[in-house]
Design a protein around this ligand. Structure first.
Ligand SMILES: Nc1ncnc2c1ncn2[C@@H]1O[C@H](COP(=O)(O)OP(=O)(O)OP(=O)(O)O)[C@@H](O)[C@H]1O
Ligand SMILES: [Mg+2]
Length: 509
């Protein structure tokens, strides 16, 4: 006879059912674990045997075969210990009761029978729901953001003995008495706030538009002009994460083994320009999420963007375009989500002062060219807003209108709500499929002519023209207009007008 017990495996963030099959056949006393277990899963065998021994089980003196199905999929997290132990005990008749259908078991075991959490437990729990599991046995996880999910009964267990008692119909302690943290809305604190940024009205407005429609931005300016300050302030005007987005983000952080200060806050990732392509995109032999996925639902800030190796930057093309990154390794191919707002900051040339009125640029045209060419055409093509910054007088206009980030954030939230309503789903203007974008976005004849004229003079690709339309949609949306207005189209075109360095700046040398 064979006993089958269900567990959940992970391929990136995506979960799949793993059936742990246990069979005892005549032969020399031994245990074989098959079904492509990686090193950490192979060790499960000894943990399970030690736990059963500690729980007074005596072995049959025959050959035990444990198969992890589907057998062609590599298993790389030791989450199947509990399912293996239950399967073995059932096969050896230490468990008399039937295991209810659609029940799954998650968790690693200690040698004494305690059930432990492993990396990736949260995505596995969420995957169990998608896989139509109705009862899930899992370890007590201190930082789990919920103690119940609709449609699935979570049975938190501390030891193998708890599971045996529960299977025999006895009640196990209620999770609320187990000191698990419940989702409590945490107060979001931002280090940077727009109210403390002096001047830069046009850039602030552009960042508001970028936040509303999730458009990518490139800021170019001399040293000390406020590029990093503005970029680091962007999260403060973004809406807080929804519950689903929080779970996505927490799952990615868990898989990457990165700690997260506040799960409700939008992720802000600022990798250094010396970062390797693996740390940026994700990878290693068991592919882990990289910075592009850690920035999912948030912001990826590339400070000193021109200092990143061109090859590394070019790897961003797929994640920016598709909102996901596919990592293929010999053993497996995984897909991680990577929908973020890209914000890049760079100087216009190696010395930094090209086009600056108060400093003389010391770079040669060749140096400037080489510097600018570090950002390839395809990457620039994927940027919606390009802004040139000039230093502002910090003690200039004392009567300027100051807005806090929370005021701007409220406008962004309202604009996003209008976009969700318009597209009848969680789509934003920057990434909504074209067929949905164009519904009700027909430009008038004079608007088409204006766009054609600008496209010809700035040599915009079809992608950039589409980006301008998307930007115009967001600008109209922010002002509550249903149609694309002339002023919105004009503003959108002027936000994309600049090349990396305008001919005007070059002329100023
Ligand atoms: N508009 C501004 N309002 C308030 N403070 C500012 C502003 N611009 C710059 N600063 C101050 O100047 C500091 C330097 O600005 P920031 O680091 O943003 O410059 P940068 O453009 O990124 O320069 P670099 O090219 O050298 O990286 C900031 O920490 C901030 O204190
Ligand atoms: Mg900077």
């Amino acid at each position: 006879m064979t006993t089958s017990v269900t567990s959940i495996g992970l391929r990136g963030l995506e979960g799949y059912k793993v059936i742990v099959e246990v069979q005892i056949i005549p032969g020399r006393e031994s245990v074989s674990l098959i079904g492509l277990p990686e090193a950490s899963v192979k060790e499960s065998k000894d943990r399970v045997m030690a736990t059963l021994y500690a729980n007074n089980c005596s072995f049959p003196g025959k050959k035990i075969i444990i198969n992890l199905s589907p057998s062609e999929q590599k298993k790389n997290i030791p989450i199947f210990d509990l399912a293996m132990a239950i399967g073995l005990m059932k096969e050896m008749h230490y468990i008399q009761h039937e295991i209810p259908v659609n029940t799954a078991f998650l968790g690693a075991l200690s040698l004494t029978g305690e059930i432990k959490s492993v990396k990736g437990m949260l995505p596995a729990i969420l995957a169990a729901k998608k896989q139509n599991i109705k009862i899930l046995y899992l370890p007590c996880i201190e930082d789990l953001p919920f103690t119940n999910i609709d449609g699935i009964e979570l049975r938190f267990v501390r030891t193998l003995n708890d599971v045996l008692q529960s299977l025999s119909g006895k009640r196990i302690p209620n999770p609320s008495t187990m000191n698990l943290t419940k989702t409590s809305p945490q107060i979001i604190h931002y280090d940077k706030d727009f109210q403390y940024i002096i001047g830069h009205h046009q850039t602030k407005r552009a960042l508001e538009i970028a936040a509303a429609g999730a458009h990518n931005v490139l800021l170019i300016g001399p040293p000390g002009s406020g590029k990093s300050l503005l970029s680091e302030s962007l999260p403060s005007i973004l809406p807080p994460l929804s519950n689903e987005s929080q779970f996505d983000v927490m799952s990615i952080y868990q898989l990457a083994g990165v700690s997260q200060a506040n799960p409700t806050q939008v992720p802000f990732r600022a990798p250094h320009h010396s970062s390797s392509s693996v740390s940026l995109i994700g990878g290693s032999s068991i592919p882990k999420p990289g910075e592009v996925s850690l920035a999912h639902h948030g912001v990826l800030f590339l400070d000193e963007m021109a200092e990143f190796p061109r090859r590394t930057l070019d790897m961003l093309r797929q994640p920016i375009e598709t909102g996901k990154v596919t990592i293929s390794r010999a053993a497996t191919t995984v897909v991680y989500p990577s929908r973020f707002i890209l914000i890049g900051a760079m100087n216009p040339c190696p010395c930094g002062y090209l086009g600056d009125r108060s400093h003389y640029c010391t770079c040669t045209p060749k140096q400037i060219n080489t510097y600018q060419n570090r950002i390839s055409g395809p990457i620039l093509d994927r940027i919606d807003v390009i802004l040139e910054l000039k230093p502002v007088l910090l003690h200039g206009d004392s009567n300027e209108k100051v807005e806090t980030s929370s005021v701007i954030r409220n406008r962004v939230i309202a604009s996003r709500a209008r976009q969700y309503k318009r597209y009848q789903g969680e789509f934003l203007n920057s990434s909504v499929p074209i067929e949905r974008l164009v519904v009700g976005t027909t430009l008038q004849t004079d608007q088409k002519q204006m766009l054609q004229k600008w496209s010809a003079s700035y040599q915009w690709s079809s992608r950039v023209q589409m980006k301008v339309l998307r930007l115009a949609r967001t600008i109209s949306n922010l002002s509550g207009d249903d149609k694309i207005t002339n002023s919105a189209l004009w503003e959108a075109m002027s936000l994309r007008r600049r090349k990396v360095v305008s001919s005007k700046s070059l002329g100023a040398r």
